[in-house]
Design a protein around this ligand. Structure first.
Ligand code: TYD
Length: 396
């Protein structure tokens, strides 16, 4: 039923960086075939081969949402809006990571759900009730038996990581009060197609949602999107405000119709659109490799900026290794001192001194371009350049 349109080759798990002992001991990495397909019935785009969740979200999960000022500001703004517009009785966050959103709320009014032990530990320490668990019906029922009314559920960059979406929406519908609101945010398929940001696809991102596919997924649970916001987060995301269809308190905003029309105009519902996208991805690979070859031919020093899961997809797909990128710089504490999966490029703890040694920095965290450019004025002033592959490979 799912029609394949893109083959990104054999890929390692994008967030599984390696330790020095793995490199020395030649530890065998797990690779999987990263292929992307389109479900013509519900218009849902997904990867075809999935990895068991426990293998990806373990006790040492490296991603920390608090590592970017952009993310923190976005969460702060959202928290304010939630309090002002909905004033919820009780909030549940599915995939609470290191508590970047919930820290804006009263400890007595929040429940966190987070399967990664190292992250759950952080919110527990902050004093928030945290269930160290994957989201499922069993947990939903357990929480429901303890809290009378959960009227706001929030989940950012998490639902697209869960294979069984039927179970997700069924359990959410079960626990959400009848007048409650579900807010989810995830990368937007329309942005991904327009920006040729094929690096949105990797083992953790099982789905890249559109409004169209979300509508198709939730209608059988008698849920509907009543408002939508476009965010610059993660290279272009959508924040969906969802309610039970029986709840007439909120009218469906015009913004929802506008977004749907934009998606349809772009042909998000047609398989031919995805074939065009595939051709653009293949051109992008060719062009990026040409850049690297040319710069290396001139003996330029190139490094990576932001050791993201996204850059793991790009570099493994384009077969760029440590002969091309000397090292990556990253501010995340758990990433420094390790090696990028598959390509084995060393990750160093970010410093301006190390950046200034480079002639070119490949923007692994291209989605934070604005924040990074603001921070790196000195590097840019002294002639340092960035390389990005979005929307087409180019030097900035
Ligand atoms: P992100 O793009 O959210 O990740 P992913 O593709 O892995 O989901 O991650 C941004 C990464 O970039 C994160 O590892 C932190 C790093 N980073 C820096 O090192 N410096 C910066 O200034 C910013 C904004 C991010």
């Amino acid at each position: 039923m799912i029609k394949k349109f893109l083959d990104l080759g054999m890929q390692p798990l994008a967030n599984k960086s390696l330790k020095k002992k793995d490199i020395i001991g030649k530890t065998k990495e797990q690779f999987y075939h990263l292929e992307v397909g389109f479900n013509p019935k519900i218009k849902l785009v997904s990867i075809l081969n999935t990895i068991p969740a426990k293998k990806m979200f373990d006790d040492n999960y490296p991603y920390r949402s608090s590592m970017s000022r952009t993310m923190l500001l976005s969460f702060k703004k959202l928290a304010k809006k939630i309090i002002n517009s909905y004033n919820p009785n009780f909030i549940l966050e599915i995939g609470s990571n290191d508590g970047s959103l919930i820290k804006n709320f009263d400890k007595k009014k929040v429940i966190c759900v987070e399967p990664c032990k190292n992250l759950a530990k952080i919110t527990k320490k902050m004093g928030y009730k945290t269930y160290e668990s994957f989201w499922n019906m069993r947990l939903a029922k357990k929480i429901k038996s303890k809290i009378k009314k959960i009227d706001l559920i929030y989940s950012s960059n998490t639902l697209s990581h869960i294979n069984n979406l039927n179970s997700v929406f069924e359990s959410i519908t079960n626990i959400l009060s009848n007048d409650g609101i579900l807010i989810i945010e995830d990368p937007s398929l329309l942005d991904c197609l327009k920006k040729v940001s094929y690096d949105q696809f990797y083992n953790e991102h099982i789905y890249v949602f559109s409004l169209l596919s979300i509508n198709n997924l939730i209608k059988k649970y008698k849920l509907e999107v009543f408002n939508i916001e476009k965010l610059n987060i993660h290279g272009g995301s959508l924040r969906y405000y969802i309610k039970k269809t029986s709840n007439k308190k909120y009218k469906v905003s015009k913004k929802v119709i506008v977004q749907l029309n934009k998606e349809l105009r772009h042909g998000i519902n047609k398989f031919s659109t995805y074939i065009k996208f595939k051709n653009k991805v293949e051109n992008s690979k060719e062009k990026l490799n040409k850049f690297f070859l040319k710069l290396k031919g001139k003996n330029k020093k190139i490094i990576g900026y932001g050791a993201t899961a996204k850059s793991s997809t790009v570099l493994n797909y384009c077969k760029v290794k440590n002969e091309t990128l000397d090292y990556f710089l990253d501010t995340t504490p758990g990433k420094a001192g390790k090696y990028m999966p598959g390509t084995h490029i060393y990750i160093k703890s970010y410093s301006k001194r190390l950046l200034n040694r480079a002639d070119y920095a490949f923007l692994g965290a291209w989605n934070f371009k604005k924040e990074i450019f603001n921070k790196e004025k000195q590097y840019i002033k002294r002639g340092g350049k960035f390389i990005t592959h979005v929307p087409i490979p180019r030097i900035i």
